[in-house]
Ligand binder design. Structure first.
Ligand code: SAM
Length: 125
C-alpha cells in the first residue's frame, strides 16, 4: 500500500484477535521479560502492542505515519508515548533494545534503504 492509502486507513486499522492471542504471545516468548526495556513500535497502528508493553513495565514508544492513528493511540493510552512520523526517515534521539515493525515493511518499495532507518535506532533486534 502507498503512504496515501495508509493515511486514508488511519485509525480504522484495529489489532485483530489473532494478533492478540497468537502473535503477541509468540513475541512474549522471544522477547522475554520486557520490564525496563526500551521498545520502539515503528508503524504502531492502533498502539495496542505499545500499551501492552508499557503494562509489562517496558518503556515503549509508538510511531506511525498516520496522525489520525497517533491521535487515537493517545486517546486510548493517554500517558503513552506516541508520535506521528515516517519510519523510513525517522531520526529519534533515543536508541532501543527492541525495534518492532509488525506488518509495516510490506508497504515499502525500497526495503534495503528503509532498513537503515531501523538499524540506527536499535541496539538489538
Ligand atoms: C498493516 S498496519 C500494522 C499496524 C500495527 N503494526 C499492527 O501490527 O497492528 C501498517 C501500519 O504501518 C503504518 N505505516 C505505513 N507506512 C509507514 C511509514 N512509512 N512510516 C510509519 N508508519 C507507516 C500505517 O499507517 C499502519 O498503521
Amino acid at each position: 500500500m502507498t503512504r496515501e492509502e495508509w493515511l486514508n486507513v488511519g485509525s480504522k486499522w484495529k489489532t485483530s484477535s489473532s494478533k492478540l492471542h497468537v502473535l503477541f504471545p509468540a513475541l512474549d516468548a522471544i522477547m522475554g521479560d520486557v520490564a525496563n526495556k526500551r521498545i520502539l513500535d515503528a508503524g504502531c497502528g492502533d498502539g495496542v502492542f505499545v500499551q501492552r508493553s508499557r503494562e509489562k513495565g517496558a518503556k515503549a514508544k509508538g510511531v506511525d505515519l498516520s496522525p489520525d492513528s497517533i491521535q487515537a493511540c493517545k486517546k486510548r493510552d493517554s500517558s503513552g508515548d506516541y508520535e506521528a512520523m515516517d519510519v523510513t526517515t525517522m531520526s529519534l534521539k533515543e536508541t532501543f533494545d527492541y525495534v518492532l515493525s509488525l506488518f509495516v515493511l510490506l508497504s515499502f518499495e525500497k526495503k534495503e534503504i528503509d532498513f537503515k532507518s531501523y538499524q540506527k535506532h536499535g541496539i538489538s533486534s
